[in-house]
Ligand binder design. Structure first.
Ligand code: AMP
Ligand code: MG
Length: 413
């Protein structure tokens, strides 16, 4: 089959959503559970439901600084006698009898006998005598035991990726170790004889290998186990050996470069020989060619080499695949409809992911602006960008003010 862009009709391009769905169908989550301390649990994926070992709150307590009282005493409007104090961590041991009140601080256990907390601002104290002002509901400012969570109920479900607040939630129920799936192992490398690692001088025709650094950073954000296999030369034997090694150690292999129609591209034929490979032409700009395959049970993603294409296709196709591989449900991108700040002219045909920047107009309304030159090699288009402007394949001229689809980056890049 020809890979020539111009000889093949546009209709043979695979829609972005179809490609993503087909990729996800191929992915099976890694198996294997390990226990990690809470301190190392951020971004890990829960292997099983975590139930609360306690009620939260564990006891009735005060939501305010004020006085614990018996609600029935308030109707009469007679002053109360303050008989003690209840602090967080230092409960009042006694019993609040009729006509009595206890000074109470936020988080302190509600003393026996009391059923309501009156906030300090609605009281006046003269010596030990408390005057309560205003109207009060029974059980006002009392947090009930088990109100947040009942003992035995699920705090967080299997498949949940632990975020910052989740760590707090687990700590609040006393969990110190968390059952998580093992991390997905992802090997990655760049391909191309022109590539030089940053830090070395460039000879004529050479360029710095930026994609591998981008892949590493993106993979770090996804919380997977990284295996950086360096730069693969444009050489058949080396490609075969290194790809074989990568497949043996990883659950997924991600490469950049060598999937277009250039002559010195050995990645495709090697994956085909060692396993199976589909070379897709996706209706996406930038990043039309994408190789998707497997070597044994290891997934393979061959991303196009142009740096913007590498990152865009990583975000659209590899990220959801690795989320599923890690045991969590890939989240569809957050999408907004936002007016365009300036017109766009383009060739219709592919769904385009322009790097954009959200801003406010003079009235404070949200709008979005393309972020500089948009070539697939122009990484500065990401500089200061915070979203993709996603234009449908058929879009040609898009007026300023037209509402366009915007996908905020949300963590990547
Ligand atoms: P390829 O897909 O291998 O034909 O590469 C397409 C373009 O991306 C060429 O201009 C390559 O030099 C460039 N490129 C490929 N790999 C990298 C990389 N790792 N870092 C920066 N540019 C790259
Ligand atoms: Mg190349």
């Amino acid at each position: 089959m020809t890979q020539d862009c111009c000889a093949t009709p546009k209709t043979s391009l695979i829609p972005v959503e179809t490609a993503r769905t087909r990729i996800l169908e191929r992915v099976r989550p890694v198996s294997g559970t390990e226990y990690v301390p809470l301190a190392g649990a951020l971004d890990r994926v829960l292997a099983v439901d975590v139930a609360s070992p306690i009620d939260v709150p564990a006891f009735d307590n005060s939501a305010m600084d004020g006085y614990a009282v018996r609600h029935a005493d308030l109707a009469a409007g007679t002053p109360l006698r303050v008989v003690g104090r209840a602090l967080a961590g230092a409960p009042f041991d006694g019993h609040v009898g009729p006509g009595e009140a206890v000074r109470i601080m936020t988080g302190a256990p509600l003393p026996a006998g009391a059923d309501t907390v009156v906030m300090q601002e609605q009281t006046r104290l003269e010596g030990e005598t408390l005057f309560v002002e205003g109207e009060h509901r029974p059980a006002e400012h009392v947090r009930r035991a088990g109100e947040d969570l009942r003992r035995g109920t699920t705090v967080l479900p299997a498949g949940h990726r632990l975020g910052v607040a989740d760590i707090g939630l687990l700590a609040s129920v006393g969990v110190s170790e968390v059952p998580v799936r093992r991390r997905a192992r992802v090997a990655f490398f760049s391909t191309g004889d022109e590539l030089v690692p940053p830090g070395r001088p460039l000879a004529p025709g050479e360029i710095y290998d930026s994609n591998r650094q981008v892949l590493r950073a993106a993979l770090q954000r996804l919380g997977v186990e990284l295996h950086d296999l360096g730069i693969l030369p444009d050489d058949r034997a080396a490609t075969e050996q290194r790809l074989g090694e990568a497949a043996a150690l990883a659950d997924a292999v991600v490469t950049s470069g060598g999937v277009s129609v250039g002559e010195a591209d050995y990645v495709k034929e090697t994956v085909e020989r060692l396993g199976e490979l589909d070379l897709w032409r996706i209706r996406i700009k930038p990043g039309k060619p994408l190789a998707v395959g497997r070597i044994g049970s290891t997934l393979f993603f061959g991303l196009p080499g142009n740096p913007v294409s590498t990152l865009v296709t990583f975000m659209q196709f590899v990220r959801p695949a690795l989320e599923k591989l890690s045991g969590t449900e890939p989240r569809p991108p957050l999408a907004l409809e936002v007016p365009l700040a300036e017109p766009i002219d383009r060739h219709p045909g592919r769904q385009e992911y322009l790097r954009g920047r959200l801003e406010r107009d003079a009235q404070g309304a949200l709008r979005v602006r393309p972020n500089g030159a948009q070539g697939s090699h122009v990484m500065t288009s990401f500089r200061g960008a915070d979203c993709f402007i996603v234009l449908p394949p058929e879009a040609a001229h898009v007026e300023a003010g037209a509402r366009v689809r915007v996908e905020p980056f949300c963590g990547l890049p």
